[in-house]
Ligand binder design. Structure first.
Ligand SMILES: [Zn+2]
Length: 225
């Protein structure tokens, strides 16, 4: 194939080609940093990161189905910690393709994709919501809308270090949603530990009229093995 005829050869397009050549950053694998065809895990990293066993489909105490790609361990744990606390948003690319496949499998169960929200103070400190980064490719893969604003979260103390009962108490009244008559929601988050956060979010969505809530997360903590 020759040069794109629509591109022309004006000085502006030649300058654009030179600029691209000087400043083009190639996609890289978030696992090993090697140049890759796209910002995703290269095949060897993908096999290593998602080596079996994978967790089976689980359920929160309130009965919400939770699909997890992997256990929160090894490379998956390292990548999620880089994403969440190292502000390495490129690490989210490690999970996009597999999350997209799982979301496509679940497509008949939901109408909209909702990333697990952060409270405003936590989002301001972190600068981004990791669940939104993880959810974005799922919208593109399934054609379902990604609606971050559908669920809001009030600020509460961090959940880490609390047992299941204390987590539920801490999350009481933490979420709110508008009327969602009959909507089926896919909740997306990075990690599920006791399922208390997903339970509280799903309960709010159901009280607001959601017909069904399913959760898709990257990882489940090993203490639930
Ligand atoms: Zn790699």
């Amino acid at each position: 194939m020759g040069r794109d005829a629509t591109k022309g050869s004006t000085w502006a397009s030649r300058f654009g080609d030179w600029f691209d050549a000087c400043w083009w950053f190639p996609p890289t694998c978030p696992g090993c940093g090697a140049v890759a065809a796209a910002d995703r895990l290269c095949p060897p990293c993908d096999l290593r990161v998602f080596a079996p066993p994978a967790p089976s489909v689980g359920e929160t105490p309130c009965g919400t189905r939770v699909d997890a790609l992997a256990w929160f361990d090894g490379d998956v744990r390292s990548l999620l910690l880089r994403l969440k606390f190292g502000r390495d948003t490129h690490a989210a690319c490690a999970f996009g393709p597999r999350l997209a496949v799982r979301a496509a499998d679940l497509r008949s169960r939901f109408d909209a994709i909702v990333p697990m929200p952060l409270s405003l103070p936590r989002r301001c400190v972190r600068g981004f919501n990791q669940a939104e980064l993880l959810a974005q490719p799922l919208g593109e893969a399934t054609g379902a809308p990604v609606v971050p604003g559908l669920l809001a979260r009030r600020h509460r103390a961090a959940q880490s270090g609390l047992d299941r009962a204390a987590r539920l108490e801490n999350l009481s009244g933490a979420f709110r949603a508008p009327r969602l008559d009959g909507l089926r929601v896919l909740l997306v988050d990075d990690v599920v530990t006791t399922g208390a956060t997903i339970s509280a979010a799903a309960a709010t969505l159901r009280r607001s009229g959601a017909n069904d809530v399913t959760a898709l997360v990257v990882a489940r903590t090993p203490d639930q093995k």
